[in-house]
Design a protein around this ligand. Sequence first.
Ligand code: FES
Length: 127
Amino acid sequence: MIEDQLYRETLLEIYRNPTNRGEITKPDLEAKLVNPLCGDEVKLQIKLKRGEIVEKALFSGNGCAISQASAALLAESIQGKKLSSVNKLRGNDILKLIGINPSPSRIGCALLSLEVLMEALKSGSKS
Ligand code: FES
């Protein structure tokens, strides 16, 4: 319980002072999604190195603390990783990353960033 509270405070701190927030001028991959239930949005942009390694990942958007903090943590966690391993990320990985078990009504907030990431990965195959 105390641990959960600590994670919540950490998430709020990340929400207030997010790392990896910004825009990449010419991203190799990008996507933006809106949570249809609340209108919150997350955009993710990725710059690749040698076409296969995430050199830089930045997010932008507006929304609740969970959606924005999870986007910040996800962007941080994929930097330096190969696309082949980024592609294997699943919902449980995001929940581990944010360190809390959101209520069923807030799961979508936590997973919005993962959905955006998967859309961004697909954007690479369109170009
Ligand atoms: Fe909208 Fe969390 S309330 S994403």
